[in-house]
Design a protein around this ligand. Sequence first.
Ligand code: MG
Length: 235
Amino acid sequence: MSAYYSQNSEMMQDGNYLDVAGKVDSGYCLTMKPAHHIFSRRCWIFDLDGTLTVPVHDFPAIREALGMEVTDTDILRFLAELPPHEAEQRHARLREIEYGLADRTSAAPGAVRLLDRLLQRNVRVGILTRNTREIALYTLGQIGLEAYFAPEHVLGRNEAVPKPHPEGIEKLLSEWGGMPDETVMVGDYLFDLQVGRAAGTATIHVDANGAFRWPELADLAVTTLDELADVLSSD
Ligand SMILES: [Mg+2]
């Protein structure tokens, strides 16, 4: 198991839940116990692209296609700062790129198993994406995960202030009657972990490369969703 828990995690305070197995560069390598309270949380919010899907986004190429500076990493902020007529053109180009990517991707390894396990536990599941809801629903159809998510629980960049702003999480929790300390935010990028921190949820970083670049923002990090499904299965 290549998962680790952040050294800064609240869970590190609670030795009852954790078995320290050794230390690795990106944090402490720990054995996950089914009883760990992350896994008993009843609200799970997922990023979509690169988390529930196999990563296909070439963000540097997308930024170049939109005329952005190499050093600028926030596509939505860049578009928001353009004059309206320019923004509209480039939003159209971005939608075209995103639909093309949706056609090329597939469900991430372990996504179906994990969602099955969560739904068996009556967990609430939603998606918070910086993509549009329309493209997100299209993507879910393409990858065969549409049955797991109610469309109203898929929030895109037009339904809430984009991540890392916590409004999307707050909206879903308000709908579900859930609290941040009952909630997990799962994602593959910095914004996903930051939004979890901003909203006060637990955070799980999924990084197929195992680089885990933001250990201070992740309560748990895994290389595939299969690892999470395994833990839930053994519970
Ligand atoms: Mg992502």
